[in-house]
Design a protein around this ligand. Structure first.
Ligand code: GAP
Length: 583
């Protein structure tokens, strides 16, 4: 049953608080908007979502995970452009004094392209829009830029400015030189990071969707700029079909089209194989954790929405009845922007030496200064003069160079021009970066919202979280039919056998079996094992499937291995049913 109304959000949040998935942080002091706590089941579910992500990026792609501090010195964010430009447009409601995202006010008033407008133009455009907090017409307001980074100082009494990172990505960029050495100086390679990021969002009113502290999982894949159309494993996703909403579709108000990744690249819809590969992998990954394909689309950024350094950017958007299409993952071709910026600000080279298959013979002209004469003449400046001269274009009259703003003419008799043919072994290049960037909290919200369902069982409404077994916090429940006659002991032994396999199992012996099933259904436990009197006779138990409520009798011998296979998706519950067993 697909939930179609806003009140799914209320129901999911009520369940999430009641059963220990999510709740407001420091509630006893009055919660602070933009922060949440993951309760016992939520923290486990989040860990499983992160582990599914690791399976894709670390185990399958082979990109090692690193862990950088969440605070970094100012220089990092000056180079990255965050100090100057990481801001949202803000205004204040003159009636209720609430601070508002001016572009969101504009969106709600059907004014498009607000983020690309100048502040004065946006202020004029939203004059007749209503404040989302008090619903009064705004009137004249000032719009200004508000930097979203949380700042701090590093060390006691220190003037050294630091910032809480607004994305995990910068850690991978500033570590580039060490990562390159780790990967033995060869492209392509990738590094990934899962961790907290911080943004001082202006008015976060959307629960888990817009947080001031949130978890990102980002991969930075460093690739030769000429190789972006040759992903080594592209074949894996070449025939993968999925809905793409291109910028042209958006401009023409058209629907997304289903297309394969091969077609998307060949038709120039997606910039290159690398971006297409990670668009498809992201689709695959999101479906694996339980996002329904019909509620997932990939939207290309409009040309004026794209970051100035990105050549192509796609958002994985998940549909929520409450919030509409929510950007959950961004996949961007960031070109060489980040590495060039950090190289020029830090003075550390961020290039890779690419050796040619065969050395190339290259004719070149070298300028060799007369060191002794020029050295005496220019003394302290001599080194800079030599360097400038080597790059100069000589004429029969001499060469003109500029050192520290001073124009200097070097007569032709003070240097020698040599034409030679050199063997060049290779070249230094700045890699390009392909970046899939995932918001783990938004993924968790989508998983919760899409898992929520209500059906009828035994004449009553049953609430069931239909989690994919991969991300269900508790994987199996074990119930002794009675808390006596040795049934509890057998159930305890079964629990232990699950734990030995790394399966999270919950023991429950209180109340009627039906009630116990309902409790587990509500937290999405995919399987339940019941130990009854027959278990003592023939070493079999009942295994129940949460979604279908079907049950099958199964031997205790090999039960943990069977559960593991069910959770990993290597065996289906249906295949265990007696009528299917011989198939
Ligand atoms: N390094 C690129 C980057 O950070 P982004 O689109 O700003 O790109 C990536 O963020 C993802 O992080 C988003 O798609 C979203 O899922 C998540 N995200 C961003 N801001 C968030 C917030 N305030 N609260 C929760 N998740 C957020």
């Amino acid at each position: 049953m697909i939930q179609g109304s806003d009140d799914v959000f209320e129901k999911v949040m009520d369940l999430a608080k009641r059963r220990g998935f999510i709740w407001p942080t420091s509630e006893c002091y009055g919660a602070v908007a933009g922060f949440i706590d993951y309760g016992p089941l939520g923290a486990m579910m989040k860990r499983r979502v992160e582990d599914a992500w690791r399976d894709f990026y670390v185990i399958r792609e082979g990109y090692y995970e690193i862990e950088c501090p969440t605070i970094a010195q100012e220089a990092v964010f000056i180079a990255s452009g965050h100090v100057k430009g990481f801001s949202d447009k803000m205004c204040q409601c003159p009636h209720c004094r609430e601070y508002l995202r001016a572009d969101h006010v504009a969106d709600a008033g059907n004014i498009h392209n607000a983020s690309a407008m100048k502040n004065e133009d946006l202020a004029a455009a939203i004059i007749s829009c209503r404040c989302p907090a008090c619903e009064e017409v705004l009137g004249t307001v000032a719009v200004f830029n508000f930097n979203l980074m949380f700042s701090t100082t590093i060390g006691p009494g220190s003037q050294r400015i630091g910032y809480l990172r607004p994305e995990t990505a910068q850690g991978m960029f500033v570590d580039f030189a060490r990562l390159l050495r780790f990967y033995r100086d060869k492209l392509p390679f990738g590094a990934v990071q899962i961790g907290k990021s911080y943004r001082n969002e202006i008015s976060p009113r959307q629960g888990m969707i817009r947080l001031r502290e949130f978890t990102q999982a980002e991969a930075e894949i460093f690739v030769h700029p000429d190789e972006k159309n040759h992903h080594p494993a592209f074949g894996r996703y070449a025939d993968y079909r999925m809905p793409l909403l291109t910028y042209v579709h958006q401009q023409n108000c058209e629907n997304p089209v289903e297309i394969t990744m091969r077609q998307a690249v060949d038709q120039g819809i997606i910039a290159n194989e690398y971006v297409a590969y990670y668009v498809a992998l992201t689709h695959d990954m999101l479906v694996t954790i339980g996002i329904k394909p019909e509620r997932l689309r990939f939207r290309q950024h409009l040309p004026d929405e794209r970051a100035h350094y990105a050549t192509d950017c796609w958002d994985a958007e998940v549909f929520s009845p409450r919030f509409g299409w929510v950007e959950t993952v961004g996949i961007a071709d960031r070109t060489d922007y980040d590495l060039k910026a950090h190289a020029s600000h830090s003075g550390t080279p961020m290039t890779v030496f690419i050796q040619y298959d065969e050395p190339k013979k290259i004719a070149r002209r070298r300028i060799i200064p007369n060191m002794s004469v020029l050295g005496k003449q220019y003394r302290l400046k001599a080194k800079a003069v030599f360097a400038a001269l080597e790059k100069a274009t000589p004429t029969p009259d001499g060469a003109d160079v500029e050192v520290d703003g001073e124009k200097i003419h070097i007569p032709a008799n003070l240097f020698e021009v040599r034409d030679e043919v050199a063997d060049i072994r290779g070249e230094e290049i700045v890699p390009h970066v392909i970046e899939p960037s995932y918001g783990i909290d938004r993924m968790c919200y989508a998983v919760l919202e899409q898992a929520f369902d209500e059906d009828i069982a035994d004449g009553e409404t049953r609430t069931v979280m239909r989690f994919s077994p991969r991300v269900a916090p508790i994987q199996v429940a074990v119930f002794p039919l009675m808390n006596r006659d040795g049934l509890d002991t057998i159930a305890g032994e079964i629990i232990q056998s699950f734990r030995k396999k790394g399966i999270l199992a919950e023991y429950d012996d209180s109340g009627a079996i039906g009630r116990r099933y309902r409790r587990q259904d509500e937290i999405g436990t995919p399987y339940a094992v019941t130990v009854d009197y027959d278990t003592r006779e023939n070493n079999t138990v009942t295994l129940r499937n949460r979604d279908t409520m079907k049950q099958v009798r199964i031997a205790t011998d090999g039960l943990p291995e069977m559960l593991e296979a069910l959770v990993n998706g290597n065996v289906t519950f249906e295949s265990l049913m007696p009528q299917n067993k011989s198939l």
